[in-house]
Design a protein around this ligand. Structure first.
Ligand SMILES: [Zn+2]
Length: 386
């Protein structure tokens, strides 16, 4: 049986918000009608209805460290804490924590997740979840003698997970040239390549001047410094040859991105999406990405939560709140980031991201947000209603 929903506002995303609009779903959740006229047989919800949220960047396999890592201690401390904590949990505990996280995301309105995988820990929980996943098998490793082993392991994981999926490089600084080359050759048409970019100033110092905390850490660990660095080029420019053939590129974090990077990406990459994880940036480096610069340059922005290692919750609404609390940005634009832009970045906008006929994007209700308050999100809550 079809169900009709109405609210104070409907935000379809592909068109302007509709006051007292109506959305009708068939029994499977496909949209069959969007209209501005109520008929009287709708279920009314106080607040606004928008499409399900797309979380473009999460590491669900790190869910077990929820609440265990302290904030603002920098990326170096963060990485060593993660390594230490990993040894303290059983596989059952790890898998249970992932299942809890997926439920949390489903309930707070997330319908699709770009999930980074280094292991198969999340496979069982994902199979039991109604969320759509883009499985990003992430590789890193600076030792070229370990390149084949790392690649074989990634390939095995890749073949064991469901589509959409891809094998992707962790960041510009963490792969040997050989490993980067393997990723490069592996890319196929219509896949998304995700890459952590400019999460810390150390990444810039490492590439530009071969110094800084990242450089010191690699030296301390006795890792070889690959030929991709000391190039006096910024990180993206240093590795562009390895990612240029991908038709969708999803750059994650961009905390220290500048105008030169944005112009360069525009010129040298095909379809670029900027995935922001503001809460994680505050958590680790106490810094936010330059949102106004990104908007000025018409960057296509989408949102991610990153993992519970660097966030208190996995909620796209919470990421929107953080951006709105720190920048002058309206709800309509934030919902565009949270829904349609994310769906495009993951190549799933045929189903997700906007309230359009024949799509099945899920419906989210955002409550405690009012037109007379310019739709400010400060007290808002979100839940999945269909
Ligand atoms: Zn990440």
């Amino acid at each position: 049986m079809n169900r009709r929903f109405t609210a104070d506002y409907i935000f379809p995303v592909n068109v302007k918000p509709i006051k007292e609009g109506v959305v009708e779903l068939d029994a499977e959740g496909n949209i069959v009608e969007i209209s501005a006229k109520r008929r009287g047989d709708e279920t009314y919800w106080q607040g606004i209805i928008c499409p399900g949220f797309v979380n473009v960047h999460c590491h669900t396999e790190w869910s077990f460290v929820r609440g265990l890592i302290s904030e603002n201690t920098g990326i170096d401390h963060f990485i060593s804490e993660l390594e230490r904590l990993k040894k303290l949990f059983s596989m059952n505990e790890i898998q249970d924590s992932i299942a809890v996280s997926l439920d949390e995301m489903y309930n707070n309105g997330i319908v699709a997740v770009g999930d980074l995988m280094n292991t198969d820990w999340s496979k069982v929980a994902k199979a039991n979840s109604s969320i759509e996943f883009y499985n990003f098998i992430e590789v890193y490793g600076l030792r070229s003698d370990q390149c084949d082993t790392i690649w074989d392991k990634a390939l095995a994981l890749y073949h064991s997970v469901e589509s959409p999926k891809n094998i992707i490089p962790h960041s510009p600084y963490s792969l040997s040239k050989e490993l980067f080359e393997k990723v490069h050759v592996f890319q196929k048409k219509n896949q998304t390549l995700s890459l952590h970019l400019l999460e810390s100033q150390g990444e810039v110092d490492y590439f530009m001047e071969a110094k800084g905390p990242l450089f010191e850490r690699f030296k301390r660990w006795g890792l070889p410094i690959p030929s991709t660095i000391s190039t006096a080029k910024r990180p993206l420019q240093s590795v562009v040859d390895f990612i240029q053939n991908s038709n969708r590129i999803l750059l994650i974090h961009n905390t220290f991105i500048n105008e030169e990077d944005l112009l360069f990406a525009n010129e040298h990459l095909m379809e670029v999406y900027y995935g922001l994880c503001p809460n994680a940036n505050l958590f680790i480096e106490n810094q936010l990405p330059p949102l106004d610069l990104l908007r000025q340059k018409e960057a296509i922005i989408c949102l991610g939560t990153d993992s519970l290692a660097s966030n208190h919750q996995l909620s796209i609404l919470s990421e929107m709140k953080t951006l709105q609390a720190n920048f002058n940005i309206g709800l309509e634009e934030l919902i565009q980031f949270a829904c349609l832009n994310g769906a495009k970045a993951l190549g799933i906008s045929n189903q997700f991201g906007s309230l359009e006929i024949a799509k099945k994007p899920g419906l989210v209700l955002i409550e405690n947000v009012f037109e007379q308050d310019n739709f400010n999100l400060r007290n808002a809550t979100a839940k999945r209603i269909a």
